[in-house]
Design a protein around this ligand. Structure first.
Ligand SMILES: Nc1ncnc2c1ncn2[C@@H]1O[C@H](COP(=O)(O)OP(=O)(O)OP(=O)(O)O)[C@@H](O)[C@H]1O
Length: 332
């Protein structure tokens, strides 16, 4: 048997009317792992998570949570998971403490209410009515309710929407702490920075399919890196070392700023720096950077939409093999 806490295999979800929101996706998450589902609006994140939470049945494929079918074996799964929905919808007239006590009454093996409110930074707000909480505080209350049962698996749907930067970081610390204690976390988020900070692995969903998956490093590494610098005075693009030999797959010149695209960042940057040293020139404004998760996300979504035919680079021209002659822009 596998150690995976969450196993999704060829999952499909169809809504009444036949629309297929999830079109054959597979992924796993192990104990103490944080797996993030990213995707554009309508990509199928919530449709997937609802199945994992046992709220809906797959149209095809299989889903296992803690080794059980969350829909058919709900009683075995439900007490062991915590769910933070996008909108908790707690009665607005109850205070925070009353809400937590009420929720604890419906939760088997609930943690002490005070301790849970403390964990999410709401201890001092216990006497405040839910309707008087700020949007960010309501998200924290939602999180507290998901944590009451000390779950082995935690589903977090957009957990930091409405939180300010500090609240977001506090939530990240809390989630990291839970993961480090062995809680498996499935996170959906629109904040790529959140996934970058928290996710051990992630999948980018697009129109119901997984367009890319792996660690943040894997996903980013599949995207080109960029190098930019100002051409030294008196130099032309053609004076640079042959770009294809540096592993440069595209270039553009705007004014005097050269922007190169490469899948071999270290090789290209080294080649350029060696050339600069040997030539005795300074590459002013030098900027060498791997793609960010945000760039990767946008590009993957675009490519998935276009159907993968090419990998163009924001107006860049493909570097040609042969002599160093390029569509040369006048260089003074
Ligand atoms: N009850 C429903 N009936 C029909 N179509 C639905 C239903 N719920 C969702 N959809 C459609 O399924 C697709 C996936 O929706 P889903 O809510 O899973 O996306 P999402 O990735 O969670 O999006 P968001 O980031 O906006 O929350 C969308 O096209 C949506 O319009």
């Amino acid at each position: 048997m596998t150690d995976q806490v969450i196993e999704v295999t060829d999952l499909r979800r169809r809504y009444t009317g036949g629309f297929e929101a999830v079109r054959g996706i597979s992924f796993t998450a192990g104990r103490g792992e944080l797996f993030a589902l990213l995707g554009t609006n309508g990509a199928g994140k919530t449709s997937t998570v609802e199945i994992l939470e046992g709220l809906a049945e797959p149209a095809a494929g299989t889903v296992r949570v803690l080794g059980h079918d969350p829909y058919r074996e709900r009683d075995a799964v439900r007490p062991r998971i915590g769910v933070m929905l996008q909108e908790g919808g707690f009665p607005s007239e109850l205070t925070v403490h009353e809400t937590a006590r009420m929720w604890a009454g419906c939760t088997s093996g609930a943690r002490p209410v005070g301790e849970t409110l403390e964990a999410v930074g709401l201890a001092a707000r216990g006497g405040v009515r839910v309707k008087q909480l700020s949007g960010g505080e309501k998200r924290r209350l939602d999180l507290a309710m998901a944590l009451l049962g000390d779950p082995e698996v935690l589903f977090l749907d957009e957990p930091t929407t409405g939180l300010d930067a500090e609240g977001r970081r506090e939530t990240w610390d809390l989630v990291r702490g839970l993961r480090d204690r062995g809680t498996t976390v499935l996170l959906t988020t629109h904040y790529l920075e959140e996934a970058e900070n928290l996710a051990d692995r992630l999948a980018i969903l697009h129109e119901g399919r997984i367009a890319a998956a792996g660690t943040v490093t894997d996903v980013v590494a599949s995207q080109p890196s960029h190098i930019s610098f100002d051409l030294p005075d008196g130099y032309h693009l053609g004076d640079l070392p042959p770009l294809p030999a540096l592993g440069v797959t595209g270039h553009e010149l705007r004014g005097r700023t050269v922007r190169l695209r490469t899948d071999a960042l270290q090789h290209a940057a080294t080649g350029l720096l060696v050339w600069a040293r040997e030539t005795g020139v300074e590459l002013r404004g030098l900027d060498v950077r791997a793609a960010s998760l945000e760039e990767a996300f946008l590009r993957i979504a675009q490519e998935a939409t276009r159907g993968h035919e090419e990998r163009p680079g924001s107006g860049a021209t493909a570097a040609r093999p042969g002599r160093n002659t390029y569509d040369e822009e006048k260089v003074a």
